[in-house]
Design a protein around this ligand. Structure first.
Ligand SMILES: Nc1ncnc2c1ncn2[C@@H]1O[C@H](COP(=O)(O)OP(=O)(O)OP(=O)(O)O)[C@@H](O)[C@H]1O
Ligand SMILES: [Mg+2]
Length: 278
């Protein structure tokens, strides 16, 4: 299939036989999958399985040793990072990197000024856009603080706001929920759903299974740089290979326990309705 027909059929991003070698280590080997336009693709796998490396390949930080990445009708494996950003792909960094001495608002305004539509925006419009995004991600309250003052959860929010300021069609999110508490994770999921509803295709790397399952349309699993599974969340998580390579037997036992508890609850409700002794 040509790239033209790929984009016509709703494929936003096409990863084709991508391999990435660092010295003697293949961090990625022969990884192939498509990302549907408008979807949320969850990318999971054990530590060191190549998730961040793949994000770096897609965003132009690394040039892959083998294979190609296609975005819309373009081959982007040789395109430098800033041009990839201008084409409509933005990413967050697993190790957050704000401009420490700038304020939170200025950090986001820089993205709005120099990103994809930056040339069409005045400085004033860029700051207004930054303010809008800070409200969306919940950082308006610290807009005038230096980025270096932020807590880790707020730095993660800032990463998302900075990436959104680039007006991407595809957003790569590398562990933006790590270190957040349960309420903050729910808020982050709601934010990402909202971003996705606005038409942005998401690739989400996260170790938190509950979050990945609840947000992903499709899940791709990497292990030792190879794709070992791809499909709907429920199917992927039931795959023996994925359980062995990533989830582990404790996770399976926990899921079985949860099913038994559910079944017992359902039985109890049937046998003894709440008003049985009334
Ligand atoms: N620039 C580099 N030079 C050498 N080796 C690298 C480089 N970047 C990554 N690696 C190696 O490639 C492998 C994949 O690393 P990567 O960071 O992509 O994993 P990951 O799936 O993101 O892991 P984690 O879940 O811990 O973030 C690891 O063995 C890592 O040490
Ligand atoms: Mg990583």
């Amino acid at each position: 299939m040509t790239a033209q027909t790929a984009s016509a059929s709703g494929v936003a991003l096409r990863i084709q036989n991508v391999g990435m070698r660092f010295g003697g280590l293949w961090a990625l080997s022969d990884v192939t999958f498509d990302v549907e336009r408008g979807s949320v693709l969850g990318l999971i796998g054990p530590n060191g399985s190549g998730k961040t490396t793949l994000m770096n390949v897609i965003s132009g930080v690394y040039r892959p040793t083998t294979g190609a990445v296609r975005f819309a009708s373009r081959r982007i494996a040789d395109v430098p990072t800033h041009e990839v950003c201008q084409l409509g792909i933005a990413r967050t960094f697993q190790i957050v990197k704000p401009f420490a001495s700038l304020t939170v608002r200025e950090n986001v305004a820089v993205g709005a000024m120099y990103g994809r539509y930056g040339a069409k925006r005045s400085t004033r419009a860029s700051f207004e856009r930054a303010q809008e995004l800070l409200e969306i991600v919940g950082l308006a309250r610290v807009a005038d603080r230096a980025a270096s003052d932020l807590t880790i959860p707020d730095r993660k929010r800032l990463e998302v706001a900075k990436a959104l300021a680039l007006d991407p069609d595809v957003l790569l999110l590398d562990e933006v929920m790590a270190g957040l508490n349960a309420t903050e994770v729910d808020e982050a999921l709601e934010l990402l759903r909202d971003v996705n509803r606005r038409g942005v295709t998401l690739i989400v790397v996260e170790h938190l299974m509950k979050a990945i399952v609840s947000i992903s349309t499709t899940i791709v699993v990497l292990a030792e740089g190879k794709k070992i599974a791809q499909g709907a969340p429920a199917d992927v998580l039931a795959s023996p290979q994925v359980i062995e390579a990533y989830l582990g037997s404790r996770w399976v036992k926990r899921q079985e326990q949860l099913k038994i508890i559910e079944a017992e609850r359902a039985d109890a409700a049937r046998v003894q309705p709440p008003d049985a002794h009334a």
